[in-house]
Design a protein around this ligand. Structure first.
Ligand code: ADP
Ligand code: MG
Length: 291
């Protein structure tokens, strides 16, 4: 089963090709979509949310829903945040959230709990017209973060306009949510730490998929960076060297390296592994500019 799927999907806006023959499958877990401005991220997410109709090709949600046709059905188990989500300016944030929570069967106590965490209760009695962009963003994110009925969460640029503290709170809640939902899809310009939890990484450019790998492929293809700590650095480096591992970096008592192979002996050391999303992103765009 795939949670979100696109098959030979195209989207035109007049003469603009926003999506060019996209085929992709997203399964369970957290999926990160990166790409420069105008690469088609928002368009793809809006098609999966049923807000835009594909020009050509197919999009599916949970294998069977056609989002444009079944929007009223998928919205029962999907929450979305887009940058241009409209909210009437004359109502208060609290009234908006009350209405939303009622519509979506969200417990009011959950809304209050997260509103307090994000500092929204301090201003939510005021009408939306007077909110700063960051205040509006937090209020919008609340609709998704407080919902307990979702299978799919789609967040288009959730971090823009947020301060560091709010970003950390949002990420904590998303990590918790990952245990209960089918999938979370995030587009972002900034890397906030959530990339440590991804199940797939996709890079879009000019409406095309430049890079798409799930976590197993990333491991298999040596895209994972290991960081190890040891008192016997020299001995450790010799071992790496004898394994044929060459790209090694030593920084502040930590040894960074990459390998495509599973090293049994590494378990004896204090090692962590992570995906260097920034490096993959920069490398992918650089390769493109060389072509
Ligand atoms: P991203 O989210 O990656 O920045 P978008 O999906 O918003 O990219 O946009 C992809 C392309 O489609 C851009 O060239 C953009 O100008 C165009 N586009 C998006 N929405 C519209 C629209 N409603 N009308 C005309 N062009 C659009
Ligand atoms: Mg966008």
């Amino acid at each position: 089963m795939s949670v979100l799927e696109a098959i030979n999907l195209w989207k035109f806006f007049g003469a603009t090709e926003a999506l060019v023959d996209i085929s992709i499958k997203l399964n369970r877990g957290l999926h990160l979509l990166l790409g420069p401005n105008g690469s088609g991220k928002t368009t793809l997410l809006k098609i999966w949310s049923g807000l835009l109709k594909p020009s050509r090709g197919k999009a599916y949600v949970m294998d069977k829903y056609i989002p444009w046709r079944d929007r009223h059905l998928i919205m029962k188990f999907m929450s979305v945040v887009f940058e241009d989500n409209a909210i009437p300016p004359w109502i208060s944030g609290k009234d908006f959230l009350r209405f939303y929570a009622y519509q979506k069967n969200i417990k009011w106590s959950s809304v209050v709990e997260i509103a307090e965490k994000l500092g929204v209760t301090s201003y939510w009695d005021r009408s939306v017209a007077g909110y700063s962009s960051g205040m509006k963003k937090k209020k919008l994110l609340l609709t998704v973060l407080s919902s307990e009925n979702d299978e799919i969460i789609i967040l288009d640029e959730p971090y823009t306009l947020l301060d560091k503290e709010s970003i950390n709170i949002v990420n904590e809640i998303l990590e918790e949510k990952l245990k209960n939902v089918e999938a979370i899809v995030i587009t972002s310009h900034v890397l906030t730490g959530i990339e440590k939890k991804i199940n797939s990484l996709t890079i879009l450019f000019n409406g095309k998929i430049l890079f798409h790998k799930n976590i197993n492929e990333l491991y298999r293809e040596g895209e994972i960076t290991y960081v190890c700590e040891t008192n016997d650095q020299l001995g450790f480096l010799e071992k790496l060297y004898s394994e044929g591992i060459r790209y090694i970096e030593v920084k502040n008592n930590k040894i960074f390296f990459k390998t495509r192979r599973q090293l049994e002996w590494i378990k004896e050391y204090k090692c962590k592994s992570f995906i260097d999303v920034r490096e993959i992103y920069e490398k992918t765009l650089l390769e493109l500019s060389r072509e």
